[in-house]
Design a protein. Structure first.
Length: 406
């Protein structure tokens, strides 16, 4: 038999073996609920089911729009459907995650409050949760800063002393953020005139109607355009990052807030403004979230970043070079860490921060388990007793208590 014929038969046999291997992998992945079209992706470590789900803020928000943009990538590249379940409030977004109705949650500071077992999560049915971070979005805007009426002549946080500042009823996360930013200038609520309002939009109206001078919100919050267009005008005071003591005061109250340059928002200068921000959206799971799925979604969001970054407002904030791994306040999921190590962005500092965050969760979980057997029955009594036990446990461990933020 000619040598060329032998080579042809050998190549044919090898091709058949490859076909059989791929066919067997298709059968295996199908049994696991993975689309056969994901076989080639699996070769690169990406294994996706036919459908995944995550919770997000309501329709029309940046977080929801970004999830939809990513969903288009998942459908086109991996034949995976992403179901986005909108949640009206902090608890509902994480309740679906804890109940297993969604794989992940794309929210905001509620993930930190859930880890800590505070505010809405200080009840018997919640307590401290084993939250695990996947990726953070730090956009060109900011998650929360002070917007002031220009005619109030506020050029720095120190100038807010004695001014009228909105206090939103039933919104502890907004009011806590206000208190934290006031601490930049060593101010507290006692140094300003609180103006109670019934909601976020009402706080904007308070400024427009000259009942208040300062309101907090995202730098690119659309309602701020109303203040800008009004006779009062709009000004964002800067919070220079070179004032290290001021930065430390803010982060002592809200450790997940980080120094940030904001470029996106009305009246912001072209060179940007030094402010603080927190991740929004913050994509999280639980300690029980599947490691392979976490690895796959983190890798997809990184590899396909250029394909969705311009398809939703703020989506550019998912870029890997903005992850701030060394400044995180939540521990990362092992699946995410595996990918970070793979691409060389997981540093010794990030590892040390992550270990500290895991230890914090261990202290909180232990305090919760010790507290429950003798906990009071009444809701208010239960919350007060738990917050005291929590603070005592964190103080004993030499950790930030966040007591001033409650």
């Amino acid at each position: 038999m000619p040598r060329s014929t032998n080579l042809f038969l050998l190549r044919l046999a090898h091709s058949c073996r490859l076909c059989i291997q791929i066919w067997l992998r298709c059968l295996l992945l199908a049994a696991l609920g993975v689309a056969p079209s994901a076989v080639l992706a699996a070769e690169a470590g990406i294994v996706m089911p036919k459908t995944i789900a995550w919770s997000a803020y309501p329709t029309g928000t940046g977080g929801y729009s970004q999830a939809v943009a990513l969903g288009n990538i998942l459908q086109r590249q991996y034949k995976t459907n992403l179901r986005v379940i909108p949640g009206r409030n902090d608890v509902s977004r994480l309740a679906t995650l804890r109940a297993g109705r969604v794989h992940f949650s794309a929210g905001g500071s509620e993930s930190v409050y859930a880890q800590e077992g505070i505010l809405n999560f200080a009840s018997r049915i919640w307590g401290p949760q084993p939250i695990r971070a996947l990726l953070s979005n730090f956009s060109d805007s900011c998650s929360f800063s002070f917007a002031t009426a220009t005619d109030a002549n506020i050029r720095s946080v120190a100038d807010i002393k004695g001014k009228r500042v909105t206090f939103v009823q039933g919104a502890p996360s907004l009011n806590n953020a206000t208190a934290a930013l006031l601490s930049y200038a060593n101010l507290t609520w006692d140094d300003v005139t609180p103006v109670e309002v019934g909601g976020y939009n009402a706080s904007i109206d308070a400024v427009l109607n000259d009942r208040a001078d300062v309101v907090g919100g995202a730098c690119n919050s659309p309602p701020f355009l109303r203040i800008e267009a009004s006779p009062r005008g709009l000004t964002f005071p800067a919070m220079p990052h070179d004032n290290l003591e001021a930065v430390a005061r803010v982060r002592a109250r809200l450790p997940w807030y980080v120094p940030h340059i904001a470029y996106e928002g009305p009246t912001l200068p072209e060179e940007g403004l030094e402010v603080f921000t927190s991740a929004y959206p913050l994509l999280v799971g639980l300690d029980t979230s599947d490691e392979q799925l976490v690895y796959s979604i983190v890798k997809i969001m990184h590899v396909h970043f250029d394909e969705y970054k311009n398809n939703a407002p703020g989506a550019g904030g998912w870029t890997m070079d903005r992850q701030k791994l060394e400044q995180a306040f939540l521990p990362y999921h092992p699946g995410a860490i595996r990918y970070f190590r793979e691409i060389g962005v997981w540093t010794e500092a990030a590892e040390a921060t992550n270990a500290a965050n895991l230890e914090r969760q261990r202290v909180l979980q232990q305090a919760w388990q010790q507290f429950l057997p003798t906990a009071p029955e009444g809701y208010q009594e239960f919350e007060a007793a738990w917050l005291a036990a929590r603070q005592q446990a964190l103080e004993a461990a030499g950790m930030i208590t966040l007591a001033d933020s409650l």
